[in-house]
Design a protein around this ligand. Structure first.
Ligand code: UDX
Length: 436
């Protein structure tokens, strides 16, 4: 396999994981960011966020001199043939994508582009953004470069594995892209031994949105089935198992019912695609429903707690889990935030526990809730436990003894992670989402 020198512009979540994984594949990678504190932290081996295995990987690659960090863009691109844009693309208030970091990065890069350089857009961006990058670079005097769109499908908490064992790599090219560019892009990824899907830029940009909204749609679908299950006394977990046995659906389908999706991608990409479609004159009605069902799940969770306890006013509720999914400290658009807001509004006292996200939560929630790092202490005097994130640690808790510390033995399992029969045998008044 041929190895290249690669530059990553924007060392955020995708940038850092991508850079570290490219280094693991044998490439030499220079990661750039404008945030001096972040870069100097990384130079000392300090990670800007928690991701399993990443610190060891980054330190290992830095030690092998295949990965380094800089705030100097000229230095970052000097040796490099391929420059990956992985800058943030946050949501604006109205749901549209804020491209200011993409624009800025393109302006900054323009003066350093050499003929033959390949600029790869990896952030999730609206269709047509690679053309925008081309125009900005050309305005800045850059010539004879190629623009490639190569969306990233990383999953937080399993980011390294989802890069190394990707289901596919999607690479979109402009018309008339020289075959040399295709050869290099294929060679960059050849070490992964995964299918490479070649397409045009516009399709590549849309594939990323299509993939994310499809998966989010599966979640809202199964959550709708879960609601129906409660009305008719069926079990959504058994239904999901049967659906996954259909090879057209498959064992890895996103059919885990619960309080719905959060995180950086699904909510943001759905809002963005709603906006993009609207701009194109198409009302993508399906997405409105996916979003609405997802929001409702959080309200339903709080409503179920209210029904369990008669009232929420003055009740002590302990929430297990804050992050939007297990094995991350990320709370961006986490369902826990809406749930906490609704519980506090209803007059409940909220205690929270989470193996990783408490420092993150303190920054957002301040003193509005009580933080207790040990679940066994967090349940003392609780009227109810609400499971919000399915950390595997929670399966191994001594549930048979924890019950004695609670004021009343209510559990609402918002992720359907515990066994209803076992919990009932311990004496809990256990409820889940769409289960018998
Ligand atoms: C997602 C996509 O999976 C990834 O391909 C894309 O690059 C970025 O967005 P991520 O947000 O890291 O990745 O997490 P993911 O594991 O997909 O879960 C997203 C949310 O959906 C979480 O809140 C999770 O709890 C929820 N979820 C997932 C469900 O509620 N049910 C499921 O069956 C699966």
């Amino acid at each position: 396999m041929k190895h290249y020198t690669l530059t990553i512009v924007g060392t955020g979540y995708i940038g850092l994981v991508t850079g570290a994984c490219f280094a693991l594949m044998g490439h030499t990678v220079v990661c750039h960011d404008v945030d001096r504190a972040k870069i100097s932290g990384l130079q000392k081996g300090k990670m800007p966020f928690y991701e399993p295995g990443l610190r060891t990987l980054v330190r290992g690659m830095v030690g092998k001199r295949r990965l380094r960090f800089t705030t100097d863009l000229e230095d970052a691109v000097q040796q490099s043939q391929v420059v990956f844009f992985t800058v943030g693309t946050p949501s604006r208030k109205d749901g549209s994508v804020d491209l200011r970091y993409v624009r800025q990065a393109a302006q900054d890069l323009a003066g350093y582009v050499r003929p033959g350089m390949i600029i790869v857009s990896k952030s999730t961006v609206p269709v047509g953004t690679s053309l925008l990058i081309r125009r900005i670079l050309e305005r800045g005097g850059a010539k004879k470069f190629a623009i490639v769109s190569n969306p990233e499908f990383l999953r937080e908490a399993v980011a390294i594995d989802s890069f190394i064992h990707a289901d596919r790599v999607v690479i979109g090219y402009e018309e008339h892209t020289p075959s040399r560019v295709r050869r290099i892009m294929n060679a960059v990824y050849s070490g992964l031994h995964v299918p490479i899907i070649e397409t045009n830029n516009r399709s590549a940009e849309l594939i990323k949105y299509a993939a994310n909204v499809y998966l989010a749609g599966q979640i809202s679908f199964i959550n709708s089935i879960a609601r129906l299950c409660e009305e008719i006394g069926a079990d959504v977990e058994e239904i999901a198992t049967a659906l996954k046995a259909d090879r057209r659906i498959g064992p890895r389908a996103f059919l885990q019912a619960g309080i719905g999706y959060g995180g950086l991608c699904f909510p943001k990409d759905i809002r963005a695609l709603i906006k993009i479609s609207k701009k194109m004159g198409y009302h993508f009605k399906y997405l409105d429903v996916v979003e609405e069902v997802n929001k409702d799940q959080r309200k339903i969770f709080v409503e179920k707690l209210r029904r369990m306890l008669g009232t929420l006013k003055g009740k002590h509720i302990t929430l297990f889990g804050l992050s939007f999914k297990p094995n991350t400290d990320d709370m961006r658009e986490a369902p826990s935030l809406d749930i906490i807001r609704l519980l506090l509004k209803a007059g409940a006292h909220v205690a929270v526990t989470d193996p990783k996200a408490i420092p993150y939560a303190r920054r957002i929630l301040g003193k509005s809730v009580t933080y207790i790092s040990q679940p066994a202490r967090a349940v003392v005097g609780a009227d109810a436990i609400g499971i919000v994130t399915e950390w595997s640690d929670y399966r191994r808790l001594p549930w048979s003894t924890l019950i004695k510390k609670m004021k009343s033995p209510h559990i609402l399992d918002g992720r359907n992670m515990l066994n209803p029969r076992t919990m009932a045998s311990y004496g809990y008044l256990y409820e889940a989402m769409g289960r018998k």
